[in-house]
Every structure is written in structure tokens, then in C-alpha cells.
Design a protein around this ligand. Sequence first.
Ligand SMILES: Nc1ncnc2c1ncn2[C@@H]1O[C@H](COP(=O)(O)OP(=O)(O)OP(=O)(O)O)[C@@H](O)[C@H]1O
Ligand code: SF4
Ligand SMILES: [Mg+2]
Length: 371
Amino acid sequence: MSAQAVTGAASTAVDEVPQPTGEGAPLLTVENLVKYFPVLGGVLRRKVADVKAVDGVSFTVRRGEVFGLVGESGCGKTTLGRSLLYLQRPTGGRVVLEGDDLSTLKPEQLRRMRGRMQLIFQDPYGSLNPRMPVLDIIGEGLLAQGVKDSRERTKRVEDSLEAVGLRRDYTRRYPHEFSGGQRQRIGIARALALRPDFIVCDEPVSALDVSIQSQILNLLLDLRRDFGFTYLFIAHNLSVVQYISDRVGVMYLGRMVELAPVEELYEHPRHPYTVALLSAVPEVDRARARRRIVLRGDVPSPVNPPSGCHFHPRCWLRERLGNPEICSTVDPRLAIVGPGHAAACHFADRTQQEQERVAAPVVAAGAAPSA
Ligand SMILES: Nc1ncnc2c1ncn2[C@@H]1O[C@H](COP(=O)(O)OP(=O)(O)OP(=O)(O)O)[C@@H](O)[C@H]1O
Ligand code: SF4
Ligand SMILES: [Mg+2]
């Protein structure tokens, strides 16, 4: 597997990023994407530090693929999604959509490109303007993309409503006249009206009832089949990500720490952080449930991440291996560990063996994982 050479402010070494497998040409390539937010301080409100929200992330998504993105709250998932859509300008790195490097586009070209890349939000109510009827909510994106004829616009709005399982005559209704699930369908209709190539779905089902969640997930999969959409699917819920994704990336403190095809990641995780995340998923299988690993403490601040491996203060594997010095001194980069599978851990070859030995019952929050 060839390594993709990526360079940037945050990199101390080069990540090895596995190429997507399966059918479909690469659609989106993200190379060493960086997004820092300035922290202002002092009387003069000068920049005193950076929030390293996304700190050198690289991956490729092929056309028609669902790329899942997981990680604890604050690890940079939303910032990554918004930065690669150029809704906020990245601090560094490249985003390439079918050969077009977004950083080189002029504002007008970028505006047109935005029609090809859409965002579905978590909060189906907050993301819809309560004072606008559905016709205008969905129609304004079409207008911005140059669909000036109002009859054509109305037809495309109605077609989009129908495609997401809503009635064509809902165009005159306002957001408060819909249920949460229906509002999320309107959010999806707004995205698909532009027939985009690529859609970032940022926690699109987290705010919905469990019974509605599966309807929306199946709708997204149906739309992929019918329109050939490609998704970056962000979620906390690992079961949801497992259901919908072809490949999954795991983020920790602004970095991608593991990336693999979905079955491979769930069956053979190689990063200790992924192991801990997966062990927290409720399991019918009692044997798996007994091996739960609860991470110590909170996620460290992205303003001042820990030295070496950012995960080292919370890492159960490091502890099992007797706290090797390299973990706190050398930052591990993503490296290929199997077909289509990469992990950023100096001891990724020991994870599975040691995981088997962590045969303890559930560890109380705040306590050290048992040896
Ligand atoms: N506009 C901003 N200004 C300053 N810091 C920000 C800004 N947006 C995000 N951050 C910080 O960047 C980090 C990543 O935030 P982000 O919202 O991307 O995380 P997330 O993984 O999407 O979290 P969640 O799962 O809770 O949605 C956090 O520390 C957050 O506080
Ligand atoms: S490099 Fe060390 S601290 Fe980091 S995940 Fe691997 S074992 Fe844990
Ligand atoms: Mg988020």
C-alpha cells in the first residue's frame, strides 16, 4: 500500500493513509487538513494560543461510499466536516473534489462548488428558519445556485420532498408544523435538491427518537442508491455508524487515530482508543461485554495536547506494557497495519493480544482499567 506524502504545519512525520477499496473512483481527497481557532487573551485581546481542533487529517472517500467518523465530544468531527466544505476556511492542508483543489478556487468558483457539497445538520429544528415556508427553505439554495425560474424551482422542491417521503404540497407549511423526523427529512430534501456529489451528515439522527432514527438512516441509504450520493457520516453512536458506513475513521484530539473498513474496525480494532470506544457499546454478547474498558479522565484540552502520543495519559495498553517511554515522547503517525487498515499507535501489533488479557468486569468510571 503506497503512503500518501502529506506535509503541513502540524506534521512531524508522514501518515500512511489506506486508499478506499471497492468500486468507485476517488471523489474527495483530504490531505493533512488543519483547523486552528485562535484563543484571545489579555487586555488587547491578542492571540495567546490555538485550539487545535483539527490537526493534520488525511483520507480519501470514493464515489458512492459512506465514510463514518466517530470520536468523543470535542475531538473535532464537526470542525473537520465544516472545514472540508470550506464553510470555515482551513488553517492548512488541501481538500480536492474530483481534481479541484478548493484552496485555489476564486470566491465565485467556490460558491458554485458548494452546490456539489452539502451539509445535513444534527438539529432538524434549529437548522430550518422558522419564519420561512418549506418552499423557500429548500428553494433558497437552488436560487443561490442559479435556478432563477420560480416554476422550475417549485418543481425541484416538490421532487425533493417526494424523494424523502414527504407530500409535494408541504411546500407551503412552516417548520413548526412538522414532527422532528419530518423536519430532518426537510433538511435532507434541502441538501439533495441541489443534487450534490458529496454530503456531510453531522449527527443527523442524534436528536431523533430511536424509532425514527432507523427510518432516516434507511432513507439516506436509499438516496445513495437512487442518486449515487457520497456521505461523510459523523456520529457518536457506534452502532449507527456501523449500520451505515463502508469505512470508518476514529478521531482523537483533532487527529485520525484509526481508519479501516467497517467490519475490520469493529472486529479487529488496532488502536487502544478504538478498543475502549467499542467496549462501551452495549453488547448482547456477554463475553464481549465483560471486557469493557472505561477510559480514565476527560479528553485533554486541544489547546495544549499531551506530549508524544496524545492518548498516552488515558491509554490502557500503555499501562499494560509498563508505560514505555516512547508513548510520552514520540508522536505516532498513522501507519498501515492491514489491508485498508491504518492505526496511529507504536504498539498496534500488541493491541489485540493485550485486549484479550483485559478480562476484567466493567471498570468503574475514574478508576484504572484492571490489569
Ligand atoms: N468557532 C470556534 N472557536 C473556538 N473553538 C472552537 C470553535 N469551534 C469548535 N471549537 C473547539 O474545537 C474543538 C472541536 O470541536 P468540534 O465541535 O469540532 O467537536 P465535535 O467532535 O464535533 O464535538 P461534538 O461531538 O460534541 O459535536 C473543541 O475543543 C471546540 O471547543
Ligand atoms: S502509542 Fe502508546 S500511548 Fe499511544 S495508543 Fe499506542 S500504546 Fe497507547
Ligand atoms: Mg460536533
